[in-house]
Design a protein around this ligand. Structure first.
Ligand SMILES: *[C@@H]1O[C@H](CO)[C@@H](O)[C@H](O)[C@H]1NC(C)=O
Ligand SMILES: *[C@@H]1O[C@H](CO)[C@@H](O)[C@H](O)[C@H]1NC(C)=O
Ligand SMILES: *[C@@H]1O[C@H](CO)[C@@H](O)[C@H](O)[C@H]1NC(C)=O
Ligand SMILES: *[C@@H]1O[C@H](CO)[C@@H](O)[C@H](O)[C@H]1NC(C)=O
Ligand SMILES: *[C@@H]1O[C@H](CO)[C@@H](O)[C@H](O)[C@H]1NC(C)=O
Ligand SMILES: *[C@@H]1O[C@H](CO)[C@@H](O)[C@H](O)[C@H]1NC(C)=O
Ligand SMILES: *[C@@H]1O[C@H](CO)[C@@H](O)[C@H](O)[C@H]1NC(C)=O
Ligand SMILES: *[C@@H]1O[C@H](CO)[C@@H](O)[C@H](O)[C@H]1NC(C)=O
Ligand SMILES: *[C@@H]1O[C@H](CO)[C@@H](O)[C@H](O)[C@H]1NC(C)=O
Ligand SMILES: *[C@@H]1O[C@H](CO)[C@@H](O)[C@H](O)[C@H]1NC(C)=O
Ligand SMILES: *[C@@H]1O[C@H](CO)[C@@H](O)[C@H](O)[C@H]1NC(C)=O
Ligand SMILES: *[C@@H]1O[C@H](CO)[C@@H](O)[C@H](O)[C@H]1NC(C)=O
Length: 480
């Protein structure tokens, strides 16, 4: 009987040592120990008389998540600490730091909150608390929480298991921290997550598996980081994903990051440095309705650039460096309703370029250095608004679009260096309501606005406004 008891103890202690070797590490503290646990107070939990350092260590482990340090003094006193002020760290004190991060929320000022102090509330708002570390498992009991707001804190690294146990979490806001690193399976145990905010941090790359298993995720916000690389298919198999915000990052190319996104409708990648767009990028994105790719470095739209994006309705590709547009690019995006190509360097609009766009209602081509434009042959019967201001057009004598059945209501041709304009071209737009012709070299005669059927608002030079206001009481003239 006695023998077997001793054996059990032996086995137990071997097990414990292995356990120590694989999971638990203790470091003897000296002045040089670099650690990020900067406690503002000393909390000692208990003190015992013990024969050896090892039994003191075992006591520490038995306190589980409240023992962060133990001290074994020369007179064989074993003391267990939950927190220790930095001033207590002298080599000669024989204090050992437990490497394991205990489940706590740490603040910049050195205080902390333990898991047992956290309520299992539905909504947790920890925004603006100067939190600098969330240790793994701290929310393990927060299984009722659906919203966790950690925005405007001082987090730099998010450990995996940080959100372990939050099986009902739907909204997680980590925006406005200084996060530069996400451990790869940090979001793995969040089966209900729908909204993830990571904007305004310092992320540089995205690991390909970071969003795996988030079957209910709808929105990912990554705006205002420094992301320059994303692994292929990082955004894959997310059946409910609708929106990705990647604006204001450092992406230089757009590759096939997106695959099997059945519900995907919105992508914002504006304000990056994208100059290359892979022909397969939009291959499987036939549900995407809105694409914002403005403020980048794109020089050309080739025929395959938007291949697959057949559901696209609103394309913002303004403020790039586009000099060339393939006449066939619109074959892939025939459902466009709104197209903004303004602030590029096009020189010329080829005659067939918008041919496929029978649904197009709004076309912006301002600030494009266009010297020649002819939309006559194009089937733009739905076009309601055309902005071509600030282009060196010279004169306008040809039918801008096939005018008989045009729906055009708003036309901006201000600052186009126009010397001459055939007003009958404009009078033929039966529904034209709003016209901006300010800033040209034209001399407008008193009968300029006779014969317009629907005109209500005209933007013009100050002198003209005074004169025409008197002559055309039914039209509002506005100084532009
Ligand atoms: C948390 O509180 C801040 C104000 O401190 C507020 O702006 C924010 O909307 C709150 N978050 C949630 C999820 O309600
Ligand atoms: C440290 O900061 C937290 C959160 O901002 C605050 O609740 C706590 O009272 C502060 N502690 C001290 C000692 O100032
Ligand atoms: C949450 O955890 C408590 C205690 O562990 C458990 O009794 C309860 O069933 C859990 N609730 C849910 C919704 O999982
Ligand atoms: C903590 O973050 C806040 C806003 O997120 C910032 O204003 C503050 O300077 C940061 N403090 C430290 C010590 O980094
Ligand atoms: C964090 O994001 C959530 C979800 O969009 C939002 O409700 C909350 O207001 C945000 N917090 C702050 C401080 O803006
Ligand atoms: C993309 O398509 C265009 C037009 O067909 C082609 O010229 C170009 O070589 C293709 N790019 C790649 C990388 O395959
Ligand atoms: C555009 O496509 C048509 C056929 O759809 C083809 O005949 C034509 O050559 C293409 N144009 C260019 C510039 O590739
Ligand atoms: C615009 O394109 C022309 C060639 O079509 C080029 O000579 C000029 O430098 C470009 N301007 C800018 C500002 O890039
Ligand atoms: C319009 O411009 C063309 C070429 O720039 C020129 O030949 C023509 O005389 C101009 N027409 C008028 C009416 O100014
Ligand atoms: C205006 O429309 C009529 C037919 O509706 C057409 O005959 C005429 O050429 C058009 N004028 C201009 C300048 O487009
Ligand atoms: C144009 O109208 C103004 C204001 O009614 C008038 O003073 C002027 O004589 C008119 N000019 C001509 C050429 O009819
Ligand atoms: C101006 O409007 C009035 C009614 O609002 C209408 O009777 C009149 O015919 C209009 N005049 C012109 C020149 O369109």
């Amino acid at each position: 009987m006695k023998f077997s008891k001793a054996k059990i103890f032996q086995i137990f202690s071997i097990f414990l040592l292995e356990c120590v070797a694989s999971e638990e590490w203790f470091t003897r503290i000296n002045k040089d120990v670099e650690n990020n646990l900067n406690y503002d107070k000393t909390v000692s939990i208990d003190s015992f008389s013990k024969k050896s350092k090892l039994s003191c260590l075992q006591i520490c482990l038995s306190f589980e998540s409240s023992c962060q340090f133990f001290q074994f003094s020369i007179n064989k006193r074993c003391t267990i600490y939950s927190a220790l002020k930095k001033e207590c760290f002298h080599g000669e004190n024989d204090i050992y730091l437990r490497r394991k991060k205990l489940p706590r929320i740490h603040f910049v000022n050195g205080s902390f909150v333990e898991r047992s102090q956290l309520l299992n509330s539905v909504s947790f708002n920890l925004s603006r608390n100067e939190i600098n570390l969330i240790a793994p498992f701290v929310f393990a009991n927060s299984n009722r929480t659906t919203t966790l707001d950690l925005s405007f804190n001082n987090l730099t690294l998010i450990y995996s298991k940080s959100f372990y146990g939050m099986i009902n979490l739907k909204t997680l806001n980590l925006s406005c921290n200084q996060i530069s690193q996400l451990e790869s399976d940090v979001f793995k145990e969040l089966p209900s997550l729908a909204i993830l905010h990571l904007g305004y941090n310092s992320l540089r790359y995205l690991n390909g598996n970071i969003f795996d298993n988030l079957q209910l995720l709808k929105d990912i916000n990554l705006e205002f980081n420094q992301i320059e690389s994303i692994e292929k298919y990082t955004f894959k198999n997310l059946n409910k994903l609708e929106r990705i915000y990647l604006n204001n990052n450092n992406l230089k190319s757009l590759e096939p990051y997106f695959q099997n996104l059945e519900s995907f409708i919105y992508l914002d990648i504006s304000f990056n440095q994208i100059w290359f767009v892979h022909n397969d990028t939009f291959k499987s994105l036939n549900k995407v309705k809105i694409l914002k790719i403005y403020m980048n470095q794109i020089t050309e739209i080739n025929s395959e650039m938007f291949r697959g994006a057949s559901g696209l309705e609103r394309l913002f590709i303004n403020s790039n460096k586009i000099q060339k547009i393939d006449e066939n690019f619109t074959q892939n995006v025939a459902n466009l309703i709104h197209l903004d190509i303004s602030k590029n360097n096009l020189s010329l609009i080829a005659p067939d370029i918008f041919n496929n766009l029978a649904r197009l209602e709004n076309l912006k081509l301002d600030f494009c250095n266009i010297k020649e434009i002819n939309l006559r042959a194009q089937n733009l019967s739905s076009l309601i608004e055309l902005q071509i201001y600030t282009n060196p057009l010279g004169n306008l004598t040809y039918p801008l679009i096939t005018s008989q059945n045009s729906s055009l209501e708003t036309l901006a041709i201000s600052y186009c260096q126009l010397n001459y304009i055939d007003l009958n071209v404009l009078r033929n737009f039966t529904y034209l309501k709003k016209l901006n012709i300010a800033g040209n070299f034209l001399t407008l005669s008193n009968d300029t606005f006779n014969g317009f059927k629907s005109l209500t608002t005209v933007y013009a030079k100050k002198d003209d406004v005074q004169r025409f206001t008197f002559l055309y009481p039914n039209i509002t003239f506005i100084i532009s």
